[in-house]
Write a protein that binds this ligand. Sequence first.
Ligand code: BGC
Ligand code: BGC
Length: 607
Amino acid sequence: MNFNFHRSKFIIFLVIPSSLIVALIFIFLKLPSSPPADGNINCHQINLPYQNPTLPIDQRVTDLMNRMTDKEKIGQMVLVEKNSIHGLNDITQYNLGALLSGGGAGPKQDTPLAWLQMINTFQSAAKETCLGIPLLYGIDAIHGHGNVLGATIFPHFIGLGATRDPDLVKRVAKATAEEMAATGIYWNFAPNLDVAKDIRWGKTYETFGSDPDNVAQLGVAYLEGMQDSLNGYFNVLANPKHFIGGGDMEYGTSRNKKFKIEEGNITIDEKTLRQVHLVPFQKTITARARVIMVSTASWQGKINSDNYYLLTELLKNELGFSGFIVSDWYGVYQIETNKYNSLVRAVNAGIDMVMTPFEYKDFISNIQEALSNGDIKKERIDDAVKRILTVKFETGLFDRPQALPEGLSVISNDQHREIAREAVRKSQVLLKNKNSVLPLSKSLKKILVAGSSADNLGRQAGGWTTEWQGIDGNYGILGTTILEAIKNTVSRDTEVEYNEKGDFFTDNFSDVGIVVVGEKPYAEGWGDIANPSLSSEDLLTIEKVKAKSKKLVVIIVSGRPLNIKEYAKNWDGIIASWFPGSEGQGVADVLFGDYAFTGTLPVNWEL
Ligand code: BGC
Ligand code: BGC
């Protein structure tokens, strides 16, 4: 009894307090210095297996997924346009997994530094979430980091298609990746692997052309250049698009009243779909494509994002694609007017990440509801999230330090400009050369230069530059216009006279008149046009210059072949320049014979 009394006293006065102290110390050590806002003590922990870069990626993914709630998983499946975020805090609160900048959607002040700061701010908000999963931030850097003022603007893909030079395309992609990574962006919605079968389509210039082998070869080169390894990670994640058959939509079938082809229907049979349009995707998957974007096209009446056969049976099962499938801009909601049903159908068809791209609260509640109703199975969500997280780890997002301002000097450096210039000269296609008018001598006495695209960087660059639809004029883009390039190249004694409209009041004939004309910038459906041709103003300018010149050279700056059959016989030289981008000097390189013309047509052009 005595003994017992002493024992309980011992417990009360000594053991209980000391174990309390030990427990408190233990809890204190485990907790972060400030308690998490959400009050969850499992949040913001450090030294967890998924945070350990030395562990294999599948182990990191499993560890992370075991810690995730349904809400956190669903947040990984949404891709939101950054201008649709209601407040920075929503990134944290809704566990958003991916953001994008739509065409032209930059920071208020468009400088590389402001881009970097904007991205870093978004990433910091994602870090605030319980598990601190980094965002995947995507952008259309489809011909250089073109949303960023001051970036190197490479020729659009149609021009690269004309080079048929995989080594060059790889270097273009690598340079683009470097400029992107400098701003903290590691996901490029490129390469476009559409095989363009109808040049009336506004996206024709986004493609490498109509030859599936050329598209496949250059697509692989681009992907490899972009994903070139950086400390074992992809430098920047490439994103083949638009799966599948987008280049073969029928004119006049668009779902969108404003367009003709974009968002239209593909009628070809499966054999052709496979032989022509699948090849580039197959090849890039072998080369380690990790994200594929689904087209908003329909195949035989069924929208691709609702097609289980194409997405799951063909792409994932048959081709063994183990990365993730992302839908295109609002594409999923085109399945049905009812958003819940659309999402259920798309996710069950095989879409892993949905570019909503606007709302995210509805997306999250709809998927949650679908999960509790059993309309979407837990296994499907887990599969999607596993794919997305795997790619995030592969891209090094968990392990990379934030990009620093010092890295921005890579943007538009001499080496990148030189690659762009090389790409320009190799992409120029000589369509006509009567009596060998080209190359021109650098010591001609007098050259007249005219045309709507002669001194216009916006037109040279085309769509997806600074703005989604591009810009018409010289605002902001750093580069050399074709007019400047001509002036830079000729001898000191050569007189170069310029008038945009071709109004020259000299009595003497010039040795040669160069007229640079073509298409205004456009993107996607807005560029769907029944008969791509030159405007009457452009034709008038050509006539005026011809009347004052011994020889006439017409340079066509366009995203596709233009119908010039009626007029071409009157012109001596014709060059297809495509949308060459910022380095107009590359045009002068071949115009004056410093380099030979080597570009060949990536699409058919009848003269
Ligand atoms: C285009 C895609 C692009 C996406 C994001 C869509 O409208 O079809 O090619 O990647 O927008 O800007
Ligand atoms: C965005 C583009 C996007 C397009 C789709 C635009 O507002 O800037 O990135 O491709 O919408 O319609």
